[in-house]
Design a protein around this ligand. Structure first.
Ligand SMILES: [Zn+2]
Length: 317
């Protein structure tokens, strides 16, 4: 019925592509955009999506890369998950500034920390959207530039988790707060330097790239254990209140990393999750959930800190 009412020009470009292995969905492709199979795409596109046999966009100029946001390809869920993620963190920022922070008597420092955290999350989301949108660019150089930005965005996202985490965990201990903030900043800067290395984006460095991100995120167990110790051990009220939230954070981050590395489920269902349900899409969703969870945790700990001031002996700020 729907197809009958469509203008002839649109009808001509209506394609049917396979969704999974069991259902056909009508997809309207803007003219000049077509989908390719794994064997047809340029070599430089094979780096991140090794197991999807079809649904690729390729050889497009910038304008058509942008227009391809509205077609169903194997990147659609990747693009939209982080575009909606960006809008979520933008709305959270507006809500924080207009309601959450003023109502909890936030200081100027609180505003700065929230701004840094949410800005980092938004940058991470936008870099990812940019990569998944422009990876199909006809110029390999442009595609690689966006890939580099995507990786830089992950580092920025990790920084956005560290800054509020360390700020509120060591709220009553200015010395350790500064030590850890400076250490994390140096670490992220070192990762940026590594990303400039000419072989960083190559397929040979896939394991090294993952090891670097795993170390930068995993090293957070050191300040976490230190926080438990400084706060009075596992029996202290503060630790009992916030340790479960931190453990959930590690659980989400661990699952996200696991999907990213193991390429489950497409490893077991090759060709059936090209468009919806691939490991990279699950990684994207879990990253959004993780950032949201961490933001809510920061809100909780800020409320706690404003209602229960630092003990005089521990306060060195
Ligand atoms: Zn991605």
């Amino acid at each position: 019925m729907l197809l009958k009412k469509m203008p002839g020009k649109l009808l001509k470009t209506a394609h049917y592509i396979e969704l999974g292995s069991y259902q056909n969905w009508p997809i309207l492709l803007p003219q000049k955009i077509r989908l390719y199979t794994y064997e047809q795409i340029p070599l430089f596109l094979l780096r991140k999506t090794l197991t999807s046999p079809d649904g690729y966009r390729a050889h497009l100029p910038s304008k058509l890369c942008l227009r391809s946001i509205f077609i169903l390809s194997n990147e659609t869920v990747n693009i939209w998950s982080h575009l909606l993620g960006f809008l979520l963190f933008l709305s959270l920022g507006i809500n924080d500034v207009s309601s959450v922070l003023p109502s909890s008597g936030a200081s100027r420092e609180d505003y700065v920390i929230y701004a840094i955290g949410l800005f980092c999350f938004q940058v991470c989301m936008l870099c990812s959207v940019g990569y998944h949108l422009f990876s199909c660019h006809r110029s390999e150089k442009t595609s690689r530039r966006w890939l580099a930005l995507d990786y830089a965005g992950i580092s920025v996202g990790i920084l956005g988790c560290y800054v509020p985490g360390i700020f509120y965990a060591f709220y009553c201990n200015a010395f350790w707060r500064q030590v850890y903030l400076l250490t994390v900043l140096s670490l992220i800067l070192a990762v940026f330097c590594a990303q400039i290395h000419p072989r960083y984006l190559s397929n040979d460095w896939r394991l090294i790239r993952m090891a670097i991100f795993f170390c930068v995120a995993g090293i957070s167990v050191i300040p976490a254990c230190h926080w438990v110790w400084l706060t009075g051990g596992f029996m202290s009220d503060l630790v009992q209140l916030f340790l479960p939230r931190i453990l959930v954070m590690y659980l989400i981050a661990g699952s996200a990393f696991l999907f990213y590395v193991t390429k489950i489920p497409e490893r077991y269902f090759p060709g059936q999750v090209n468009y919806v349900g691939a490991s990279h899409q699950l990684w994207h969703l879990l990253v959004v959930v993780m950032f949201y969870w961490w933001h809510q945790t920061a809100v909780h700990i800020m409320h706690f800190r404003h209602s229960q001031p630092c003990p005089p002996a521990a306060s060195s700020s």
